[in-house]
Design a protein around this ligand. Sequence first.
Ligand code: 13P
Ligand code: SF4
Length: 302
Amino acid sequence: MRDWKGEIEKLKKERNAVILAHNYQLPEVQDIADFVGDSLGLSIEASKTDAQVIVFCGVFFMAETAKILSPQKVVVIPDQEAGCPMADMITAPQLVDLKNRHPEAAVLCYVNTKAEVKAECDFCCTSANATKVVEKGLNSASSIIFVPDQYLASYVSRKTGREFIVWPGYCPIHAAISGEDVERARELHPQAEVLAHPECRPEVTEKADQVLSTEGMCRYVKSSPADEFIIGTEVGILHRLQKENPTKHFYPVKEEAVCPDMKKINLEKVAFALQEMKYQVELPPPIIQKAALSIERMLQFT
Ligand code: 13P
Ligand code: SF4
């Protein structure tokens, strides 16, 4: 068996590269990364790294966000087919059309969008700071378009009391988790706390003890006195939770909550990416400039 880990370490030094990985990546990919985090943490890391090359182990919109924040750097994604079905649910022309129908509205877009969509919005947000962005960044907006995740929008609406003009997008992985899944898991593990991602349906977030981004879950588990947790998000995060909290117990609310796109990257592909400098993320400079404004506005609310 080839020593992918050793090869990656060697190539990483030669290339002056940093490896960033999302919390849903395969365990072995998380383990070789320099930084593992949620969309917000990865954006911050991408904006401040000194490395020349960013190897992004996540899905395409995340690698695009890294490129937008560090346009002078080489950003490579080890599998260019690793997309996000939710991000594909809205295009820039569709958003422009929505804006034309609501010319008075401010536009907020979830980071799970294509760069060309971010270029059409005023503020970007992640699941970690969406509530803060609405309360602090958009407090004077008379109306707000919030795309593309209808369930994140519904959760933030519940938290802030604001109504949004929404788009009917959703994450197929989180939307497949039901209220009955939560009830079944609670019956099996009555002592456990239920943590759910805000991409879940309202019937799930309403039943959860805590609604958190993936990084929020990692932070919360460390500080909670509870020993058992039911995790309502993609199962990849259980690796990090277990690694950082070896004495605690974690149960996925649904074992089938697996994002196939997040699992496309493996160690062999990371080594190939470093060897061949592929696949490089390229974006037109005007899109980078416009999209950067919405992400930089968001980064004030971390
Ligand atoms: P986080 O920003 O919470 O990690 O979520 C990213 C994502 O794609 C959730 O499905
Ligand atoms: Fe997109 Fe859902 Fe996969 Fe996250 S888990 S990358 S939102 S499809």
